[in-house]
Design a protein around this ligand. Structure first.
Ligand code: FES
Length: 120
């Protein structure tokens, strides 16, 4: 049976913490930002500049640019960026499940339903 964990991704070494709009989000070392956000329930990561429509990770291979968000002060593709302890992630736009500016611990799923985010 093939190995299911990538060889250089030790997922048993505990968690690290990133900051999403100033709130703490525990992640697994080796995760991508997109993976961490999706696991926390953040399917919507930004809004499109022209249509103001919700956007989130789509291809997960770096091709579509839909996951381009502010990471450590630079716009990067969340699906191609590995988390590190203390990373600062900025989700922009309305409908970010309240994480943007208030103290809510909810996110918005792909269908627009409010769900618990796992963020604290
Ligand atoms: S999800 Fe397509 S570039 Fe990241």
């Amino acid at each position: 049976m093939p190995e299911t964990t990538p060889p250089n991704k030790d997922l048993s070494s505990g968690t690290i913490t990133v900051r999403v709009n100033g709130r703490s989000l525990p992640c697994l070392p080796g995760q991508t930002v997109a993976g961490a956000l999706l696991m926390a329930g953040f399917y919507q990561m930004r809004r499109s500049p022209n249509a103001d429509a919700p956007r989130g990770a789509f291809c997960m291979v770096g091709a579509c640019q839909e996951c381009a968000i502010m990471i450590d002060g630079t716009i990067r593709r969340a699906c191609q960026t590995e988390v590190h302890d203390g990373m600062e992630i900025r989700l922009e736009g309305a409908g970010m499940g309240g994480v943007a500016e208030n103290s809510s611990t909810t996110a918005t799923d792909a269908g627009g339903k409010t769900v618990e985010s796992g963020i604290s």
